[in-house]
Design a protein. Sequence first.
Length: 135
Amino acid sequence: TMCERGIDKLRLERVAMLADISASCPISGLTFGDDGQMRYEETDAGMLSTSQLMCLSSALSDLYPDGLGIELIDRGESLGRSIYEFVARAEAEEKTILATIVGERPAVVPENIGVFVVVDGTVTGSNESDVSPCG
């Protein structure tokens, strides 16, 4: 029927559009399947590891307008020591990283990294000195 042909035409247009987006995407490893589902590093969106989500988030933040100079990272503890790779890149690109990390405060914190410890919603200390609660 005419309706079915119209639907088939729209589906083919969508598939072609998604293929174009995948081919021209500035984020390496980010693709969109014929069904419209996003895949990153050959992994379906719902199956991405926390580490992959952090890397994808970082790649997306690279698309922010020039001069914004900030990168947001949630669940930074999932990156382990590779968080320092983000720090090195931020220094090279003159960016600021705001990262949340759940866990114990590191014994040694490089002087170029600010650490604020929050316990029960209250800032209890930093790497420079104790900080009074925010009010």
